[in-house]
Design a binder for this molecule. Structure first.
Ligand code: MG
Length: 389
């Protein structure tokens, strides 16, 4: 019968909602939480719904957000706090089914097939989760319920915040008909432009094409599109979405040769990797780098350490050494990548004095940023970039 059994649960404007909960003065105000690195070069992590009215959204540069929303309240991220709320939310989700696939700190898929006898239908379970999350965390969550992951995710997004949307099998066609093409997984800006050339703007515009046509026009992506445009998705909810590594890479518009500039980028990228490790309460023992030159030749190098780390300073220092020691800075660089792998949960790693000292430094900088505002506190390395732009 194809009964709905997949849930996609997603907290509403999570980081800013936690900040608004912690400080009642912030309620109903445009609150913008930024990354660990909160200079004007940093990006927005979460914007409250009040801030979104000004056009502010996540991943937008802080500098741009401040132009759009000069009266916004800009706060540095407090990951310990969000992590604590997240742990509570996930313990609620796991009560209803063992099949919880964590997508991020505030988002998960659940498969509740077989749990109905204990907790009621999938829709009843969604109601119960919403109530319990509100009661125990004083935060709201949006849930989509459907027959597969793709539709459940579309459904959770449909009526945010505090939504509960169900897409039953018989509603799929109606729901997909007017869906814009860029809402389909895997369709980014570039692909959407390509599809627009063939007058394909909505999911239903794809219905007249055969699988073979889409495959020959767009390759593998075309095959995916054929099924997703009809609301079909066979991926199963996997119990633990184990993150293997966290990395960041950048392709430069002009190839880079200047060492100081390369190190400045490397530092910025280390901060991004560190931020994402912190957000997921992870540490790793292997730092790796990737370099691609103008002729597209590509080199990777890595170093494993005795102690797991997630501080931007340490990641940066090790990556810098890898570049220098392996003589990778002799030609101009087209792409630079940096990452950390061999991950473990924070708290499960071996502690040593060195790691603790460095964590403390990150914390102190965070505190200073909170106290004096993001713009004023920036490690010396970043000043190079700030002046350059
Ligand atoms: Mg969310």
């Amino acid at each position: 019968m194809g009964q709905v059994h997949i849930l996609h649960a997603d907290m509403d404007a999570f980081f800013s909602a936690v900040e608004q909960r912690e400080n009642p003065d912030l309620q109903a105000k445009p609150v913008i939480v930024g990354g660990v690195n909160l200079s004007n070069r940093g990006v927005v992590s979460t914007a409250s719904y009040e801030a979104r009215k000004y056009g502010v959204h996540s991943a937008m540069p802080i500098a741009k957000a401040k132009k759009l929303c000069p009266n916004g309240i800009y706060l540095p991220a407090r990951h310990k706090l969000y992590q604590a709320a997240s742990a509570k939310i996930f313990s609620i989700l796991k009560k209803y089914t063992p099949l919880v696939e964590k997508l991020s700190i505030d988002e998960a898929f659940l498969d509740v097939k077989g749990c109905e006898k204990l907790y009621g239908s999938a829709v009843e379970i969604a109601h119960k989760i919403k109530e319990e999350v509100k009661l125990k965390t004083n935060l709201t969550i949006s849930i989509g319920v459907s027959v597969n992951k793709f539709l459940a995710k579309l459904a959770s997004d449909y009526d945010k915040p505090n939504g509960l949307t169900v897409i039953k099998k018989e509603d799929i066609k109606k729901f997909m008909r007017n869906l814009n093409i860029d809402n389909i997984w895997g369709v980014g800006e570039v692909f959407a432009e390509k599809l627009a050339e063939a007058d394909i703007y909505k999911a239903s515009d794809l219905w007249s094409y055969s699988l073979e046509e889409l495959k020959s026009n767009y390759g593998k992506a075309g095959v995916k599109l054929f099924f997703l445009a009809r609301g079909k998705d066979k991926r199963e909810v996997k119990k633990q979405n184990q993150i293997k590594s966290i990395s960041h890479e950048e392709t430069f518009i002009d190839n880079l040769k200047n060492q100081d500039k390369i190190f400045a980028y490397l530092f910025k990228m280390s901060e991004k990797v560190s931020f994402r490790l912190h957000s997921n309460s992870l540490k790793g023992i292997t730092v790796f780098i990737k370099v691609r030159y103008a002729d597209f030749s590509t080199y990777s190098r890595q170093k494993s350490l005795k102690v797991a780390l997630n501080s931007s300073q340490q990641i940066y220092q090790i990556a810098k050494k890898l570049l220098l020691k392996n003589n990778l800075l002799t030609k101009s660089i087209r792409l630079l990548g940096i990452g950390v792998s061999n991950l473990c949960q924070e708290g499960q790693e071996q502690l040593n004095l060195f790691a603790q000292t460095d964590d403390q430094l990150d914390k102190t900088i965070d505190q200073l940023k909170r106290k004096y505002g993001f713009d004023k506190i920036s490690r010396a390395r970043k000043l190079y970039l700030d002046q350059d732009d």
